[in-house]
Design a binder for this molecule. Structure first.
Ligand SMILES: *[C@@H]1O[C@H](CO)[C@@H](O)[C@H](O)[C@H]1NC(C)=O
Ligand SMILES: *[C@@H]1O[C@H](CO)[C@@H](O)[C@H](O)[C@H]1NC(C)=O
Ligand SMILES: *[C@@H]1O[C@H](CO)[C@@H](O)[C@H](O)[C@H]1NC(C)=O
Ligand SMILES: *[C@@H]1O[C@H](CO)[C@@H](O)[C@H](O)[C@H]1NC(C)=O
Ligand SMILES: *[C@@H]1O[C@H](CO)[C@@H](O)[C@H](O)[C@H]1NC(C)=O
Ligand SMILES: *[C@@H]1O[C@H](CO)[C@@H](O)[C@H](O)[C@H]1NC(C)=O
Ligand SMILES: *[C@@H]1O[C@H](CO)[C@@H](O)[C@H](O)[C@H]1NC(C)=O
Ligand SMILES: *[C@@H]1O[C@H](CO)[C@@H](O)[C@H](O)[C@H]1NC(C)=O
Ligand SMILES: *[C@@H]1O[C@H](CO)[C@@H](O)[C@H](O)[C@H]1NC(C)=O
Ligand SMILES: *[C@@H]1O[C@H](CO)[C@@H](O)[C@H](O)[C@H]1NC(C)=O
Ligand SMILES: *[C@@H]1O[C@H](CO)[C@@H](O)[C@H](O)[C@H]1NC(C)=O
Ligand SMILES: CC(=O)N[C@H]1CO[C@H](CO)[C@@H](O)[C@@H]1O
Length: 662
């Protein structure tokens, strides 16, 4: 009977949200039909009456936003007693609308299984906890339902400054002055190992991931003269690998290609994720660089994404675990004793992008991942036992004190990711529902009290598909603890080599981006995966050992197209150093801080050759690099580098009428 009373009360709420004519026309049921525990009511009856309600919502005259919210409200009523039926109902509804492909409907609504990356059960979990008449529902409808609601305006009362009691000690304003010694730190990101990589498979496909057995759709016409293709892509060595000592072993040459327009070559292609042999080539190039130059990196940071971009249908739980395990094993093998501080990316979970808050009661669905990382990183001596316990209870986030005295705080950005169903529970009412801000601020307060410098590492930059309330609150944290405590922020995710500046009063105009109002900035580093249309790359920083500020960065890459015909390994070359590359006056003794990057931004905005330089670096001068001199294709970069949140970026694009061609 409890179920019935819940159902009735939901029904009452629903009736006020959905016009009654729609409601009564659609249901033809009485209250007793909402007692889902009644044995005579078959599941198929519940499903078909639910589909009727959803169809009637769609056929109503409500705005698309109200329709979306009504679907959530009705779904919540069902989910409270029959969460198990939600996936079937909503997947069928999705197909019935005719607006989406069967595979999109399956990815979004099919019940979770270990064989596909479908999120229907996570959606059902969300329904049981979300408030469908709140602003959270509008965020969901905007981001998860294809702009069915406009993105809501940011609530003005959002704040987490209670975490630091609204205080700011005078020392928080002290700008740190570098010392006279440096150390070197490696930054690697976005490996995206393609476990299905198949030499000779189609590399120019229209659907699914290319270079795999399932990438069958060709983009280009099949040249009837297959010998031309053989001339352009001769590096077809199947089964090539690196042994544990870093020695390369070339595989068997494939001599016949069947109906292929562009074949996947040994070391990868611009439209594909990375074969393991490319990942190992990058890691060994770093190890060789150290021994050839008689230097050692003090440690490395890895900013996430080990798993490939394959569609949900081709992504299994086992492959996710396998990708995570293989890449970390390869990293450990190449770097031996060097500590690696890692974060997980949006791909490094199962199903894709999902992560549940501890408070929700659903966290146990994801414990396997944090446990796996904690054990693995501890095994590899990258973190100790205590740090591993924090990792297990903080969604694979943690803090470490490095040997040099710097603290690194790592956290999992899936918590605030627009594609994560669970991110829409209490988004606005309890913006720290995951507890990440509290963890972060406690660590920062402790470091500030001890005059310790901190780096923050996380996968997704705040400007990229983060929920706006959390992105805004993160900038508040950054402002509170800069410049004294937070020395740097490091991200990956975009695969491009980029930076983004945070200003105090950014309203989207050039005038509002003032040199003396720079708060901080983030380094977004290059990927090793070539997907999409980038050359594989990595970088290291020269770090001042007193303030842990970056004095310079050095970028290395390989021109992937040169490997299409080679039987030898990729050649990794020096690309540029950040201090030397840009036409900016900057004292030798000053760090590459926010002010430096502001001046780079000004040069990018005022000088098309700097803009081209930046865009070339972003893609590591791949053959797909845009022409910024003769076209307007790169203008969005001007807004991008001078924005820190999506909100600022959109305002800038609007102000200057630039087209986002991300
Ligand atoms: C809803 O609208 C569609 C298309 O306009 C129509 O085919 C369908 O019969 C309608 N369904 C109901 C239950 O009114
Ligand atoms: C389906 O497409 C129609 C026409 O573009 C649109 O009006 C409607 O809002 C869409 N419905 C959903 C649920 O996406
Ligand atoms: C912020 O304001 C909204 C209404 O605009 C209210 O629902 C919410 O509880 C407020 N949040 C806080 C933390 O005061
Ligand atoms: C905030 O104030 C409370 C009450 O005075 C105190 O217990 C707490 O330690 C303070 N927290 C911080 C971060 O200063
Ligand atoms: C570096 O600075 C320290 C103190 O900060 C000083 O003792 C040392 O002599 C300096 N070394 C050089 C090479 O300038
Ligand atoms: C892939 O196919 C498209 C469409 O035919 C063509 O324009 C492009 O040049 C092809 N790419 C390669 C690398 O051959
Ligand atoms: C390598 O560097 C170390 C210290 O940095 C130095 O002691 C050693 O002599 C160097 N070896 C070579 C071959 O330059
Ligand atoms: C934006 O900020 C600039 C500089 O502070 C100011 O001059 C301008 O009026 C502002 N524009 C808008 C639209 O708020
Ligand atoms: C960057 O360094 C310069 C020179 O050391 C200093 O004047 C400036 O205030 C610093 N900028 C920031 C944003 O910390
Ligand atoms: C590879 O691409 C670069 C950049 O477009 C180009 O300069 C170079 O000639 C290409 N090399 C080959 C072998 O195609
Ligand atoms: C903005 O750009 C678009 C496309 O380039 C153009 O059609 C439009 O006229 C521009 N609007 C303004 C206000 O400049
Ligand atoms: C205002 C500012 O730039 N704060 C910090 C942000 O990062 C730079 C990077 O060097 C640091 O110098 C600042 O402490």
């Amino acid at each position: 009977m409890m179920l019935k009373s819940i159902a009735i009360s939901i029904l009452a709420t629903l009736a006020t949200a959905i016009p009654s004519n729609i409601y009564s026309n659609s249901l033809n049921l009485d209250d007793s039909d909402f007692d889902w525990s009644k044995p005579t009511l078959k599941d198929s009856d519940i499903i078909s009456s639910a589909l009727d309600v959803l169809t009637n919502i769609d056929n109503s005259t409500l705005s698309s936003c109200d329709k979306c919210k009504s679907r959530l409200l009705y779904g919540k009523g069902l989910a409270l007693s029959r969460p198990d039926l939600i996936p079937s109902i909503y997947e069928q509804w999705c197909v019935n609308t005719g607006n989406f492909s069967a595979s999109t409907c399956a990815t979004n609504y099919h019940r979770n299984t270990a064989d596909n990356s479908d999120t229907g059960s996570n959606f059902a979990d969300l329904l049981t906890l979300m408030n469908p008449s709140s602003i959270d529902a509008e965020y969901w409808c905007a981001y998860k339902a294809g702009n069915q609601c406009p993105v809501p305006t940011l609530p003005s009362n959002l704040s987490i400054s209670y975490l630091w009691n609204n205080t700011r000690p005078a020392k928080a304003d002290i700008v740190p002055i570098p010392g006279n010694e440096t150390m070197k730190v490696l930054h690697i990101s976005d490996f995206h190992i393609e476990l299905d990589y198949t030499v000779g498979a189609e590399a120019n496909c229209t659907a699914s991931m290319c270079c795999t057995p399932h990438s069958i759709t060709k983009k280009g016409a099949i040249n009837s003269d297959q010998s031309t293709i053989h001339d352009l892509y001769t590096a077809l060595f199947n089964g090539s690998y690196y042994d544990n000592n870093g020695n390369y072993h070339i595989g068997e040459k494939i001599n016949s290609l069947n109906n292929i327009s562009v074949p996947a070559t040994t070391f990868g292609n611009y439209e594909c994720d990375a074969p393991e042999v490319l990942i190992n080539s990058s890691l060994h190039s770093i190890a060789d660089f150290q021994s050839n130059n008689n230097i050692t990196f003090d440690f490395a940071i890895f900013t996430g994404d080990l798993v490939d971009h394959d569609e949900g249908t081709y992504t299994t739980f086992d492959q996710c675990v396998e990708a995570e395990t293989i890449v970390f094993r390869d990293i450990k093998n190449a770097f031996d004793l060097m500590p690696i501080y890692s974060v997980l990316g949006n791909h490094d979970t199962f199903p894709y992008g999902q992560l549940a808050p501890e408070k929700s009661g659903f966290q146990s669905k994801f414990d396997w991942n944090a446990d796996l990382m904690a054990e693995l990183w501890m095994d590899y001596d990258w973190i100790d036992w205590e740090e591993a316990q924090i990792t297990k209870t903080h969604y694979a986030g943690y803090s470490v004190n490095t040997k040099s005295g710097l603290k690194i705080i790592a956290f999992n950005t899936n918590a605030w990711y627009q594609k994560n169903e669970y991110a829409y529970i209490n988004t606005v009412e309890d913006p720290d529902y995951f507890g990440i801000f509290e963890f972060l601020v406690d660590e920062l307060l402790e470091s500030e009290a001890n005059d310790q410098k901190v780096w923050l590492i996380f996968h997704i930059p705040m400007s990229q598909t983060m929920l706006p309330p959390q992105a805004k609150l993160f900038t508040d944290v950054l402002e509170r603890f800069s410049p004294y405590t937070i020395a740097h922020v490091f991200n990956g995710h975009t695969h491009r080599d980029e930076f983004q500046i945070l200003y105090k009063n950014n309203n989207g105009t050039k005038e509002s981006k003032k040199e003396d109002e720079v708060i901080n900035f983030t380094f977004i580093t290059q990927a090793v995966t070539p997907w999409v249309e980038n050359n594989p790359a990595w970088r290291y920083y020269e770090i001042d050992t007193k303030t842990f500020q970056v004095m310079n960065s050095f970028n290395y890459y390989t021109q992937l197209n040169e490997t299409f015909t080679a039987s030898s390994e990729p050649v990794w070359e020096f690309e540029y150093s950040a201090r030397d590359a840009y036409p900016v006056e900057w004292p030798e003794t000053s760090p590459l801080n926010g002010t430096y990057w502001h001046r780079v931004y000004e040069s990018i905005a005022n000088n098309v050759s700097t803009l081209q330089q930046y865009e070339g670096f972003a893609k590591r001068w791949s053959p797909y690099t845009d022409d910024c001199i003769n076209t307007d294709d790169c203008n969005w970069d001007i807004c991008y580098v001078s924005s820190f949140t999506d909100y600022e970026y959109e305002k800038c694009l609007k102000t200057y009428n630039y087209t986002d061609s991300y």
